[in-house]
Design a protein around this ligand. Structure first.
Ligand code: NAI
Length: 331
């Protein structure tokens, strides 16, 4: 079976080629995103493997259906970038990697927060220049803070436990939790209570119609003055312009984002010799209390190996039995 990989980088090739020794698929790697300009590259392949910023709209799936493609293998957890209804209508199976290393993302939340609270990004540059002044770097402690976790799934759970270890009061909001999922360690509340009471809000829910712009002008108003927001989930959970204004007014004291609503034009590319046209993004990079990373929460050796193994196993399962436990359907 031939698989076409889109949006690939050196590290994807390295891990997939290694893991493929156990599967023996034919692998073709394209650096390009899958979009209307590159869809023709996909038509000859039974399987296409895509990543977070490849968008498979109904239009593109219709074009894809004129070729050989029968399996769309997402090498990521989120699947909001694929029109599932259209894929089903065109008899294409969609599989994903539900968890490759939730610890990686949870630990990245803390990496971002500790950087912001202790100005290690500033200290690194100052020390390199022989500037040992501490002015402007008065830190904050995580201990004793009230942390709000929105979305208590795989990543949210690990993050909540880490914060507990730091000595925080942890509020959890997730509409889908049953009573058996709830532990005394945490306080189970709704989103608006998180917004009202948390000093630190960490987003771990998926992006969908209900959660789009969860953080917006209205919800920011009810948050504590000086709130910290960390988003490692999906860019669209935050209305970036509203948060930008809240940063300027001081309502938001710190912002850590590993995801950005317009990230597909930026992330995973080396744009260091180009002029970046996204003024809002560039303005945010000038704020001392904002830390942006380019969707690297997942990016650890363990995660890359898990992604490659699960993706190829998903394809193998469909090929052998017609189904996979990691299939995503409209329901
Ligand atoms: P999961 O599916 O295990 O958990 C998501 C949780 O959010 C579920 O328990 C669900 O009930 C809850 N939820 C749904 N709607 C909600 C709402 N309105 N309010 C509060 N909770 C709600 O997902 P997982 O694996 O924990 O991933 C979480 C997010 O992290 C996903 O959006 C995923 O796209 C993102 N992610 C980011 C990565 C990165 O590198 N930055 C890597 C992997 C995932």
């Amino acid at each position: 079976m031939e698989i076409a990989f889109f949006s690939t980088r050196k590290y994807d090739r390295q891990f997939f080629e290694q893991v493929n020794k156990d599967f023996d698929f034919e692998l073709t790697f394209f650096e390009a995103h899958l979009n209307e300009n590159t869809i023709s590259l996909a038509l000859d392949f039974e399987v296409i493997c895509i990543f977070v910023n490849d968008r498979l709209s109904d239009d593109l799936i219709q074009k894809l259906s004129q070729g050989k493609t029968k399996i769309i293998a997402l090498r990521c957890a989120g699947f909001n970038n694929v029109d599932l209804k259209s894929a089903t209508e065109h008899n294409m199976k969609v599989v994903r990697v539900p968890a490759y290393s939730p610890n990686a993302v949870a630990e990245h939340v803390l990496a971002m927060l500790l950087t912001l609270y202790r100005y290690t990004h500033k200290a690194y540059n100052r020390v390199k220049e022989g500037n040992f002044s501490l002015v402007g770097m008065t830190g904050k402690e995580i201990f004793g803070k009230t942390v709000g976790i929105i979305g208590m799934g795989k990543i949210g759970k690990i993050t909540a436990n880490i914060f507990k270890g730091f000595g925080c009061r942890v509020l959890v909001s997730d509409p889908k939790l049953s009573s058996s999922d709830k532990h005394q360690t945490f306080e189970y509340v709704d989103n608006s209570t998180v917004f009202k009471e948390a000093d630190i809000i960490s987003l771990h829910c998926p992006l969908n119609e209900d959660t789009k712009y969860l953080v917006n002008e209205k919800t920011l108003k009810i948050m504590k003055d000086g709130v910290t927001i960390i988003n490692t989930s999906r860019g669209g959970l935050i209305n970036t312009m509203d948060v930008y204004k809240a940063l300027k007014s001081g309502k938001v004291a710190f912002l850590g984002i590993d995801v950005y609503e317009e990230e597909e034009k930026l992330f995973f590319e080396d744009l260091s010799t180009e002029i970046i046209m996204d003024d809002l993004f560039m303005r945010l990079t000038t704020f001392p209390n904002v830390l942006i990373t380019g969707h690297q929460g997942f990016f650890t050796e363990r995660a890359l190996e898990n992604i490659a193994t699960t993706t190829l196993q998903n394809i193998d399962d469909i090929q052998r039995s017609g189904s996979s436990s990691n299939e995503v359907t409209v329901d």
